[in-house]
Ligand binder design. Structure first.
Ligand SMILES: Nc1ncnc2c1ncn2[C@@H]1O[C@H](COP(=O)(O)OP(=O)(O)OP(=O)(O)O)[C@@H](O)[C@H]1O
Ligand SMILES: [Mg+2]
Length: 358
C-alpha cells in the first residue's frame, strides 16, 4: 500500500534526515516508525502526503508514485493526526470535525451529522461538541484530532506522535481506543512515536530508525524483542525484553487449578490455606488469608486485596503478572465477563515456557 524505495532526504542546510531507506507498509495494518528524536520519522511520514518531497528515491501509495498526484487530491485519501491535535481554536469541537465533510462538498447539516457520528466513534460525548478545543483535556483533544482525520474516511492514516502530550493513563486509553477503532475500520495506519512500548503495543510491524534516517530493523514486535538486529536495537528495545515478550506468547497449555472459594456474605470454611472471595456474579473480590477466623458472615473489609486478574486465553504475560501480584501467589483466571475460572501459579507459566523451548 505504501512503499518507500531508496528514499533519501537531504535538507537545504545539508542535514541528511533520511538515508536511502526502503520498506513496504502493508495494507490494513498499523505500522510504527520508532526511534530517537531527530532520526527522520516525521520527515519520512510527511513524504507520504507530499508535505515533503524526497531528494531522491520514490514513495508509492497504492502503486502510484506520489509525485504524479496532485497534493490536494492525494491528501483527501490520507488522514493526518499530529501531537496536540492541531485543532482550530476558534471553532467548536463539532465544527472542527465537520470542516472535512464540508470540504468534500457536503451540506452544513450533513457535515455536522457526520461529525457527530465521528465524535461518538472516538468515544466523546455529544455535549462536548459544543465546546471549544481549549475547554477539553489533552486526551479529549487528541480524540477530536483522530475524529477529524477519520472524517473523510481515508484509507490511509498518518499519526505523528499523536499521544505523546498526554499522561500515561490517558495515553493507554487512547492506544486501546486506536486498536479498537482499527479492528473496526481496517485502515492502513502509519504511526510515529519515540516510545518503544507504544510501538510494541500498537504495531503489527515496527520500523526502528536510528540517527541519520537509517533503518535499523523492520520486524513484527515479537521478533524485535526476540532477535534485535544489532546493539542499537538491543539498547533501544531496552530492559525486560524477555518478560515483555510474553505479551506475544499464547497461553494454550495452561490449565487453571482450583482453590476454595466463598461468596461475600456467606460464612467461610475454616481453612489453613488461602480462600478466594467472590461476589454474587462469581467475580473475584479479594482473598481471605490462611487461618483467618471469621465470625458469621464474610464482609469485604475482612479481605486482602487481590492481584491483577488474568483473562483466559490472553497472552502469558498477564498470567505471570496475576500470579506474581496475588498475595496468595495464585493468579486468578477469569472469563471474558470477569467470572472466576480458576487459579494459575508462576511455576505453571515458567513450566509452559520451558516445555515450549524443548
Ligand atoms: N526543514 C528542515 N530543514 C533542515 N533540517 C531539518 C528540517 N526538518 C527537519 N530537519 C532535520 O532533519 C532531521 C530529522 O528530523 P525529523 O523531524 O524528521 O526527526 P524526528 O525523528 O521526527 O524527530 P522528533 O522525534 O524529535 O520529532 C533532524 O536532524 C532535523 O533537525
Ligand atoms: Mg517528529
Amino acid at each position: 500500500m505504501i512503499e518507500f524505495q531508496s528514499v533519501r532526504k537531504q535538507y537545504d542546510n545539508g542535514t541528511v534526515a533520511v538515508h536511502e531507506l526502503s520498506l513496504v507498509v502493508e495494507t490494513g495494518t498499523i505500522t510504527v516508525f520508532v526511534g530517537p528524536s531527530g532520526c527522520g520519522k516525521t520527515t519520512l511520514m510527511r513524504m507520504v502526503n507530499r508535505m515533503i518531497d524526497p531528494s531522491s528515491g520514490t514513495v508509492r501509495v497504492n502503486g502510484s508514485d506520489v509525485r504524479d498526484s496532485d497534493p490536494a487530491q492525494l491528501r483527501r485519501g490520507i488522514g493526518y493526526v499530529i501531537q496536540q491535535a492541531g485543532l482550530f481554536p476558534h471553532r467548536t469541537v463539532l465544527d472542527n470535525v465537520a470542516t472535512v465533510p464540508l470540504l468534500f462538498g457536503r451540506s452544513r447539516r450533513e457535515a455536522r451529522a457526520r461529525a457527530s457520528e465521528l465524535l461518538e466513534l472516538v468515544g466523546l460525548q455529544q455535549e462536548l461538541g459544543k465546546r471549544y478545543p481549549a475547554q477539553l483535556s489533552g486526551g479529549q483533544q487528541q480524540r477530536v484530532g483522530v475524529a477529524r482525520a477519520l472524517a473523510a474516511d481515508p484509507p490511509v492514516l498518518l499519526m505523528d506522535e499523536p499521544f505523546s502530550a498526554v499522561d500515561p493513563v490517558v495515553r493507554e486509553g487512547l492506544q486501546d481506543e486506536l486498536l479498537r477503532l482499527q479492528a473496526e475500520l481496517d485502515k492502513t495506519v502509519l504511526f510515529v512515536t519515540h516510545d518503544i512500548d507504544e510501538a510494541i503495543k500498537l504495531g503489527e510491524k515496527v520500523a526502528v530508525l536510528r540517527e541519520g534516517g537509517h533503518l535499523a530493523q523492520y520486524a513484527a514486535p515479537d521478533d524485535l524483542l526476540a532477535e534485535p538486529a544489532d546493539d542499537f536495537v538491543t539498547s533501544f528495545v531496552g530492559r525486560d525484553r524477555g518478560y515483555r515478550r510474553l505479551s506475544f506468547v499464547e497461553s494454550d497449555g495452561i490449565r487453571p487449578g482450583s482453590v476454595t472459594t466463598v461468596a461475600v456474605g456467606d460464612t467461610p470454611p475454616a481453612r489453613a490455606s488461602w480462600v478466594l472471595a467472590l461476589d454474587g456474579e462469581r467475580r473475584p473480590r479479594g482473598w481471605l488469608p490462611p487461618g483467618a477466623a471469621v465470625d458469621g458472615q464474610l464482609t469485604e473489609d475482612q479481605l486482602v486485596a487481590g492481584g491483577s486478574l488474568y483473562t483466559e486465553r490472553t497472552p502469558l504475560r498477564g498470567a505471570l503478572d496475576a500470579a506474581l501480584s496475588a498475595p496468595s501467589g495464585l493468579g486468578v483466571v477469569v472469563d471474558g465477563d470477569g467470572g472466576y475460572v480458576g487459579v494459575v501459579t508462576a511455576q505453571q507459566v515458567l513450566d509452559l515456557i520451558e516445555s515450549r523451548r524443548t
